[in-house]
Design a protein around this ligand. Structure first.
Ligand code: CTP
Length: 427
């Protein structure tokens, strides 16, 4: 159409979770800048990939809410961070409008259209509304090792969670921890932490052999449990913990960070959609070479590659192929400890090979083979920052990339908070 009769197109973007007056003001003002308003609502995957966790409503719910507004003419879904540039060209946009919390961030669109930063409405945000809706969960950390420190740093990025207490048998470590992470209570005794602080939940980050004892005690005391892997070393112990958690309606979650990464979730959904046909084989490795045989990982009591690392490749196999019919372990044993093991599992129509090593180094990649194509996840596959879907026709290859915020633990912590909000403990 000739430029003079063309409608003036305005575009804006946002999550629009729990639509509030700030959103309405922004959208109304945006519409006033032209004749036709297009709103890009972020997809769940995109929000997670940019570290926006705990969004309350699904993409469909948010799209529907925005569509109902009189002054919105069209709603599209924003799926990745490079989309704005192509949308502006595709929709022949005249004005790009966004709240002034983004000042300067979208100036790169100026060669294509006018960029307007609209003043934000003071005193309201979806973050605030979510915080009111979700109860804050008070968490006590059990253990003061490296992973406990990482957890404490990452937990600061998850809303509706407060770290209130820490426990270790070493008082010096407790003192260092509470000072470093600004935590209210420190304990040397686990029972005291359960009784003497206001924790709703515990994160267990102690050596493997203590997990069951602490998890059981916490669940019996009515606390939700996030526990480092493996939760227990015996199947009957795990069953006991699950039974208590179910009876008391408490969350019991194993801290396998990979399960909650955006790239990993997307990979599983591609497989579910049949992108590579029926899965025939899942092959993955994870090795962490530990040359000092005096380290905990080489202890004949509770060490070994399987105990230390198998959770990760077994997670991948289980999520894709489900429960196996039978499994066999093939190990290279040194001083009664498995330094390298391959676990082979058979399913009705498929196989998985999971290799783990503390005494040998191997490539940490994963390959998922299907009847139509395969997925290659380069090392370290357990971060799932990138993967390729490949076919017989090599030109059909597709590459997917994801970003992880921080060191990634915040995704698992955020899932724990969400699950906890879905549970009503019986006590
Ligand atoms: N916005 C606004 N005034 C507010 C809140 C949001 O003008 N009080 C604008 C933002 O600047 C953006 C649009 O509304 O242009 C959508 O923002 P969104 O991120 O969905 O809203 P927030 O409430 O800021 O969400 P969150 O707290 O999750 O970041």
């Amino acid at each position: 159409m000739p430029k003079s009769t063309k409608k003036k197109v305005v575009i804006t973007y946002g999550t629009y979770d729990m639509l509030h007056v700030g959103h309405l003001n922004l959208l109304r003002r945006a519409k006033e800048l032209g004749d036709y308003l297009i709103v890009g609502v972020t997809s769940e995957d995109y929000d997670r990939s940019r570290g926006k966790l705990n969004v309350h409503q699904s993409t469909d719910q948010r799209v529907e809410a925005v569509k109902k507004l009189d002054f919105v003419d069209e709603v599209i879904v924003e799926k990745h961070k490079f989309q704005k540039e192509s949308d502006v060209v595709k929709y022949d946009v005249d004005v790009f409008a966004i709240g002034d919390d983004w000042v300067g961030k979208f100036d790169y669109l100026k060669p294509y259209c006018k960029v307007v930063y609209i003043p934000r409405t003071e005193g309201i945000s979806s973050t605030q509304l979510r915080a009111k809706k979700l109860h804050t969960i008070n968490v006590g950390i059990v253990g003061t090792g490296r992973i406990a420190h990482r957890f404490a740093s990452e937990a600061k990025h998850v809303s509706s969670l407060e770290l209130t207490a820490v426990m270790s048998r070493n008082l010096t470590h407790v003192e260092e921890f509470i000072n470093k992470h600004d935590i209210l209570y420190g304990f040397q005794d686990f029972s005291e932490l359960l009784i003497g602080s206001n924790v709703d939940a515990v994160y267990i980050a102690t050596p493997h052999e203590t997990h069951f004892k602490y998890a059981k005690q916490a669940l019996l005391a009515g606390k939700h449990v996030l526990c480092e892997k493996p939760i227990s070393l015996e199947p009957n112990q795990l069953k006991e913990l699950i039974d208590i958690a179910l009876a008391k309606k408490l969350v019991l979650l194993e801290a396998v960070k990979t399960a909650f990464f955006p790239g990993f979730e997307k990979l599983l959904s591609e497989i579910k959609k049949g992108k590579i046909g029926d899965v025939i084989e899942v092959r993955a490795s994870f090795s962490k070479l530990i040359s000092d045989k005096n380290q905990r990982e080489w202890s004949s009591a509770h060490g070994g590659a399987v105990t230390e690392l198998a959770t990760y490749p077994l997670l991948l196999a289980q999520k894709i192929l489900g429960e196996s019919k039978c499994r066999s372990f093939h190990s290279i044993i040194e001083n009664d400890v498995d330094g390298y093991t391959t676990i082979i599992q058979e399913y009705d129509r498929g196989l998985s090979l999971s290799s783990v090593g503390i005494g040998a180094k191997t490539e940490g990649s994963a390959i998922i083979a299907g009847t139509k194509g395969y997925i290659y996840v380069p090392a370290p596959w357990w971060l799932t920052k990138e993967y390729f879907i490949r076919y017989e026709n090599a030109s059909m290859e597709k590459r997917y990339q994801f970003e992880l915020d921080g060191d990634g633990l915040r995704y698992e912590i955020s899932e724990f908070v969400t699950l906890r909000n879905l549970c009503t403990p019986t006590n």
